[in-house]
Design a protein around this ligand. Structure first.
Ligand code: NI
Length: 256
């Protein structure tokens, strides 16, 4: 029924019960999961998960908060991981994060964002983009370097509905997660209201960002039901419709 297009089951927060939890997802209506790498160490863990579980797919890439651990030759390392398995279906998560003052230099983040977009083009894979407090630069880089990409998703999109519409015009999808259930996240709700379901994906970003009513707890893909229900409420359609269309979108973008 549902596809979780952004998860981090490689995270240590799942060490105690990862297998049991992943085995329970099918019964909760979760058909597939895309597990996203975030740093160099997580690349091997993502590869292990996609080998072990038929319904887990992977994205390989380095999150902007971790690009300072990279050397120039590390882009070929990311390439080799992506090239190793047909179950690696995207480059991600990549992007820009200007939120914390001690994050890597903006110029370094931008270099690696562009470098990994180029990798995605070479590999003919879509991108999973993280953008926090960096709306303008993210848009400009995707505008300047994104031509020729096999599409992509703005994960956990929290920009304006107007910006959302600009991305959709350029063929990108918008990832909607737990934030849509937060009473103060008005922009996310406005984006869901404005953008047709055909351009939305659902995601948890677990273990982070659990939706209401589980906000503040460890998140997992079973919570997609709350996210889908909230989207259904905003758009005035059934949960089944949200599940069906967002799953079709995920299968189309990632070639599942
Ligand atoms: Ni993430």
């Amino acid at each position: 029924m549902y596809i979780d297009t952004h998860a981090h089951y490689d995270d240590a927060q799942f060490d105690a019960d990862r297998d049991r939890l992943l085995q329970s997802l099918a019964a909760a209506g979760v058909d597939a999961v895309i597990d996203c790498a975030s740093d160099v160490k997580s690349l091997d863990r993502v590869m292990d998960l996609v080998e072990k579980y038929p319904f887990v797919y992977g994205a390989v890439g380095i999150h902007p908060e971790n690009v300072d651990e990279l050397d120039v030759e590390d882009s070929s390392m990311v390439y080799n991981y992506a090239d190793q398995s047909d179950k690696i279906v995207a480059i991600g998560e990549i992007g820009l994060d200007y939120h914390y003052p001690n994050n890597p230099d903006r110029e370094l983040q931008q270099e690696w964002f562009i470098e990994q977009i180029e990798l995605a083009k070479e590999l003919e894979l879509p991108v999973i983009v993280h953008s926090r407090d960096a709306s303008r630069d993210t848009f400009e880089i995707l505008q300047d370097y994104g031509r020729g990409l096999c599409g992509g998703v703005l994960h956990s999109f929290s920009g304006s509905p107007e910006l959302a519409a600009e991305y959709v015009k350029r063929g990108f999808y918008l990832g909607i997660g737990g934030m849509v259930t937060f009473p103060n996240a008005k922009k996310v709700a406005a984006t869901v209201e404005r953008i047709p379901l055909e351009h939305l994906l659902i995601e948890t970003d677990c273990p982070y960002l659990a939706p209401v009513p589980n906000r503040g707890h460890r998140n997992d893909s079973r919570n997609l039901a709350y996210i889908a229900a909230r989207i259904a409420g905003i758009k005035g359609v059934t949960v089944e419709e949200v599940a069906r269309v967002t799953s079709e979108n995920a299968r189309r973008l990632f070639g599942l």
